[in-house]
Design a protein around this ligand. Sequence first.
Ligand code: AHM
Ligand code: MG
Length: 336
Amino acid sequence: MENIGITVTEHLLLHQTESPAATGQFTRLLTELIFSAKIISREVNKAGLLDIMGLTGEVNVQGEQVRKLDEFANRVLIYRLQRSGVIAALSSEENADIIEVPDQLPKGNYILVFDPLDGSANVDVNINIGTIFSIYRKKTADADGTTEDFLRYGYEQVAAGYFLYGTSTVLVYSTGNGVHGFTLDPSVGEFLLSHKNIQIPEKGKTYSINESNEMYWNEQTRNAVHYFKSNQNERGKPYRARYVGALVADFHRNMLEGGIFMYPADMKDPTKPRGKLRLLCEAAPLAFLAEHAGGAATDGYKRILDIKASSLHERVPLFVGSRADVEMATAILSKT
Ligand code: AHM
Ligand code: MG
């Protein structure tokens, strides 16, 4: 019989012995994430049809307007994961504090951080968006997760991944043993293995950055970006510029084709130069995936996975993607 595909669960079970994270509890956790993503994907696909487009009029903890689809994705993930029995506590980009598992529900040992709908400004214009997740084991003795369980080094993650709602819906994840991609076959409702053991090319052909921030950058950042504009890529041609404005989409392209995504610190607020992206729900999980695919991720100076979060919504500059390109950007940024 012809090959009819390997589902995520089958893949996880086949490789269970190789992965410390792949226990029954972990399989349950991933299954809940997958089910939530299928629901979100369904709603994303009809975003233009329903009264789901546009803003809710509320402002979230980051001071940004909350879109209806963000709110929906957030609610689905919280509802499903709180009832999974394998989670001690959750943290979402959309919620100021950690989200507890109510006392009447069973609790587990995992800590989940997620960005329910990354790049959600793209919803109304039909451009890719995604869901990012990061998984840790609870480290405090308390059955309920505490903030301390979330303020961790990125290297402590047991798994990380994302769903990209694009031309197809794709899941890319790693439990620290290779990075694998699965594509949702809507006709059978399953994610099937489509990208086995993804390896980011050592040097890429693309740089991705919002260059309209240039006036807010310091000299080293300008120099680093200038490097990619004035040097040759791995094919001996100029680097090409691509910026979707959805981190997951830019990261996914660069993972498959090679390249660097940069969101440097800027001086939009002169009293505090900082990056835009969040360490726990964006930078750390993508850094985990990049490294396990042979790439790299820094904040321009040090490895993202070596940064310990000091608050739930801490922001960091991010340089992530092909190893040689990230090392080049980091070397230029580190020059005083
Ligand atoms: P979000 O999580 O609120 O959608 O914000 C994160 C997004 C990233 O997906 C994207 O790379 C970045 O913000 C784009 O920001 P900018 O418009 O400043 O370039
Ligand atoms: Mg985001």
